[in-house]
Write a protein that binds this ligand. Structure first.
Ligand SMILES: *Cc1c(COP(=O)(O)O)cnc(C)c1O
Length: 299
């Protein structure tokens, strides 16, 4: 299966220079541009999917099924990667209302051949319940189920490969957190000398602390940069995205990486990082999620 660039050595690391420089000159900041992998299967999503899809293919499954909301980067990446791998795909979508007024993300999923199955929030909450999964397997025969966010062992195995792109010279790595698969996979694969900082883009992101409690130390979860909740934004965030693009020529996505970089900039200004720190921020992609704010962005 050769869907997209698997030569990860080509992924650039780009230096970031915040201004005013005298405030930020004590530390160095760079960004790992996983967003450049592919326009749809971008960032961390490809790493989480690739071993799952390879498993489905080698075990003669015909279909992959996964879960997500109406704006899910994971669903659209699954639809695109499955189609390229010659597999059918089914997306279980949270919220029956989403069927009436399909988001661009969901329309794109369908255009990529994904069959959408809308369920109530209550039903969706059973996404890890083996009884419901069994019913789904009966409804969709020969189907390999990938958990929400690609958060399983094969997903984390793929994420561990991101760590091989990160020099041990870095003192800190920043990453955005959704299901926590990327955070956990990275924490386990990075040297313990590197502090991993996760940025939760939703309110009450601290629930994630449970998911990641058992993994290696030298990690911290920041949950104050949520801008009102998951998928929520305001003018301040969009202004930051436009300014960041003007200065760094890097597009950020409004759901995850913009909030992370806003948080990073804030922490730097608050002297969170010790002098001499070398920080690598991971661009986890997700730029398709900007369609809803396209007209307000300068890129
Ligand atoms: C999905 C996603 C994340 C979250 O990844 P998890 O492994 O679910 O924590 C972060 N950033 C972007 C851009 C994403 O699309």
């Amino acid at each position: 299966m050769d869907i997209i660039c698997n030569d990860f050595s080509k992924i650039p690391t780009q230096k970031i220079v915040f201004s005013p420089q005298h405030v930020f000159s004590k530390i160095s900041v760079a960004m790992l541009r996983l967003d450049l992998l592919h326009p749809v299967i971008s960032g961390n999503k490809w790493f989480k999917l690739r071993y799952n899809l390879a498993f489905a293919q080698s075990h003669q499954f015909k279909t992959v099924l996964s879960f997500g909301g109406a704006y899910s980067n994971h669903l659209i990446a699954t639809a695109c990667a499955a189609s390229a791998a010659g597999l059918r795909s089914v997306g279980i979508v949270r919220g029956v209302y989403a069927a009436q007024n399909k988001t661009e993300t969901l329309q794109h999923c369908e255009a990529l051949g994904m069959q959408l199955h809308f369920v109530s929030r209550e039903e969706y909450a059973q996404k890890e319940d083996e009884k419901w999964l069994q019913q789904l397997r009966e409804k969709y025969p020969d189907t390999y189920i990938i958990p929400e966010g690609g958060n399983n062992e094969l997903g984390r195995k793929g994420i561990a490969e991101i760590a091989t792109l990160i020099s041990p010279d870095y003192t800190h790595v920043a990453v955005s957190v959704g299901s926590g698969a990327t955070f956990a996979g990275l924490r386990n694969a990075l040297p313990e000398s590197i502090k991993l900082i996760g940025f939760a883009p939703m309110k009450q992101g601290s629930y994630l602390a449970q998911n990641i409690a058992t993994i290696k130390q030298n990690k911290e979860l920041k949950d104050e940069f949520h801008f009102g909740g998951f998928g929520k934004w305001n003018k301040k965030l969009l202004d930051f995205m436009n300014e960041f693009y003007a200065q760094q020529h890097i597009p950020l996505d409004v759901v995850y990486t913009a909030k992370m970089m806003y948080g990073v900039q804030t922490l730097i200004a608050q002297n969170y990082f010790p002098e001499g720190a070398k920080l690598l921020c991971i661009h986890t992609g997700g730029l398709q999620g900007n369609v809803s704010v396209k007209s307000l962005l300068n890129f």
